[in-house]
Design a protein around this ligand. Structure first.
Ligand code: ASP
Length: 312
């Protein structure tokens, strides 16, 4: 019985652990933990006050997977509603679908009774968005950005792998041994409108299977999509590799990607016994975990498997 999270899950891990302590399911624990991160205005990579896309609009991605049934739900590029992880869970539990995007995701959120969130960012975050654009664009370009037909060029300038990206990952295993993964993000700051990262793509950004374990990713989502990272990691355990071997192998798959856009990748994972691991392609990254007999979470360094960055 354990909860594992990316380090920005600090604000939610206690509530997630308490949910399991009180007999709640892994699915409930993941949702409870992630909702607190989504509501945190100090986290600019998830939910409210996340950095917007190139047009200044916040588009949220989230995904959840129930390792008992292999059911999953996700939303992508959802605008105007805060709790993407809850909408993802409702997709999983109330629809015959797995993934809703854009207007359909917002429409479903409304139908599920979520309150619309008219303003997704605080004024100072809107200023950060505009300031970043001002390094490449004139003020009149910025004012007319919604009408432009050359956004691809501006996205190339504004999206920088060293600049803010981020996601929250939660993995929980409850008292019945059931495992759930959940991920939620506002994606890359200044991304192209409609861009989906790995978070809503089940098997890329997260995957859970009670029989073997679970994994979730942060970092350059495009890489996790290309390498099917979360599923691969769980699949390697299915093929008999240990948790550490499976993590090393999944990181090696990411390292071996060819092409131009290679940046930082991180993952957290557990095996079916609840052993945990965190990996990163760069130094200094951490992850957190809490078991039911721990009064507080512990933060641990991630094991580093270097991936040389290549950009553009
Ligand atoms: N994986 C997220 C995405 O690509 C961003 C991140 O975790 O840094 O949208």
């Amino acid at each position: 019985m354990i909860v594992v999270a990316s380090s920005n899950g600090r604000i939610g891990i206690q509530a997630a652990t308490d949910t399991i302590r009180q007999g709640g399911t892994a699915v409930a624990a993941v949702e409870v933990g992630i909702r607190l991160v989504e509501a945190n205005p100090d986290d600019h990579t998830v939910g409210f006050n996340g950095y917007p896309n190139i047009l200044g609009e916040v588009e949220l991605d989230a995904g959840i997977m129930n390792g008992r049934t292999l059911e999953s739900g996700a939303v992508g590029a959802m605008k105007g509603y805060l709790h993407a992880i809850t909408v993802a869970r409702q997709v999983m539990e109330q629809l015959p679908h797995v993934l809703l995007v854009g207007d359909g995701a917002s429409r479903f959120a409304a139908e599920m009774g979520h309150p619309p969130q008219a303003e997704m960012v605080l004024p100072e975050t809107r200023e950060v968005w505009a300031n970043r654009l001002r390094t490449d664009m004139s003020n009149s370009d910025i004012e007319q950005i919604a009408e432009r037909t050359d956004l691809a060029r501006w996205v190339q300038l504004a999206t920088d792998p060293e600049r803010t990206k981020g996601t929250v990952n939660f993995i929980a295993q409850d008292k019945d041994g059931n495992i759930c993964t959940g991920v939620s993000t506002s994606g890359w700051a200044w991304k192209y409108p409609g861009r989906l990262g790995d978070s809503p793509i089940i098997g890329a950004g997260n995957y859970a299977d009670n029989r073997y374990g679970a994994a979730a990713c942060t970092g350059m989502g495009e890489m996790a999509i290309r390498a099917c990272t979360a599923h691969s990691l769980v699949f390697y355990m299915k093929m008999g590799l240990s948790l550490a071997e499976a993590c090393q192998r999944a990181m090696a798959d990411l390292r071996d990607l060819a092409g131009r856009f290679i940046s930082v990748m991180n993952l957290v994972a557990i095996d079916k016994e609840g052993n945990h691991a965190g990996y990163s392609s760069v130094d200094g990254r951490t992850y957190i975990y809490q078991t039911l007999n721990m009064p507080d979470y512990e933060e641990l360094p991630r094991t580093v498997v270097p991936i040389p960055p290549r950009w553009g």
